[in-house]
Design a binder for this molecule. Sequence first.
Ligand SMILES: NC(=O)c1ccc[n+]([C@@H]2O[C@H](COP(=O)([O-])OP(=O)(O)OC[C@H]3O[C@@H](n4cnc5c(N)ncnc54)[C@H](OP(=O)(O)O)[C@@H]3O)[C@@H](O)[C@H]2O)c1
Length: 333
Amino acid sequence: MDDKFKALLVDFQDGKTTAELRELDNSDIPEQGDVLVAVRYSSLNYKDGLAVTGAAKVLLSHPMVPGIDLAGVVVESESPDFGPGDEVVVTGYNTGEKYWGGYSQVNRVRSKTLVRKPDGLSLKDTMAIGTAGLTAMLSVMALEDHGLSREVDEQIIVTGASGGVGSVAVALLAKLGYSVTASTGKPEARDYLEALGAREFIERESLASPSKRPLEAGRWSGAVDAVGGDTLAGLIRTMRPHTSIALSGNAGGIGLNTTVLPFILRGVNLLGIDSNFATMDARVTAWRRLSELLPKASLEQMTQEIPLRDVPKVCPDILKGRITGRLVVNIGD
Ligand SMILES: NC(=O)c1ccc[n+]([C@@H]2O[C@H](COP(=O)([O-])OP(=O)(O)OC[C@H]3O[C@@H](n4cnc5c(N)ncnc54)[C@H](OP(=O)(O)O)[C@@H]3O)[C@@H](O)[C@H]2O)c1
């Protein structure tokens, strides 16, 4: 393999964050893992937008290659568990935060973070899903673990529905047979969400509008929330008794203005979802279920491919909630 490769390097100097496509060689890669991977695809998640622009302190040191996801082929391995030619996927485990991430054509990764590419998905498919899609699956699994079932439950709400976590959650829940209400701030995304399986819509603003009442009419049998903030406060007030919210995101803010009443009078559960350090068992189960459940047509519909060089240009858009669906990054391009 050629020693030279391209990577997106983010630096922070004199109070300013810069992101630059650079030519590097293998000796530049930190000694951070026991498996050398030729990276084919990565993805662009909300957190990557924060990392590349410096809008939040996601990168733990500089210079750093961001990209919390990567999929590629093993080139060299010191681990007995992986060998040259194996197709592997990494999401999270501080990849692209503390360790060089997916925006590099070659990377050294820790074997304990590697998942074998699931059957039925291509490397590109795995990154079209990426951390956002894995988080959607983990959210659905958490709701199921807390009693969500098709026999008794119907109306499930997904917030930030047109975003990455939201799009995959809509498609998964619809495929499982639930009636999905999509909360979105993009009226123009309704056809898209309907095609993924959403049956009803609620405007982002109406769910997030403040109320003096601690409890309102219970509407939802379950919720996947990637937005947080006032949206989450609205959800908590409007859950049916003994139902759960799987909370993964803060696109709408980190504050939460609520009361204890929905929890103690209606038995509402707030389930935190952390994909970064999800256990290996949970990841393997989630990837298997994604490969079985997520319709290929839905995945194609929600995915746009961009070349590595375009990542810095697109990052401000994801932070403003302007991206619909998922962005897969072609690292070879
Ligand atoms: N806990 C975890 O493990 C985990 C994993 C992945 C992601 N996350 C978090 O989940 C959130 C979503 O991630 P993502 O990759 O799906 O991002 P994304 O593709 O940008 O989707 C976020 C969506 O949230 C909605 N939104 C609502 N209020 C918003 C606001 N004030 N500003 C911007 N967007 C707003 C928008 O959808 P509509 O226009 O349809 O309303 C937007 O498309 C992020 O906070 C991310 O950090 C957490």
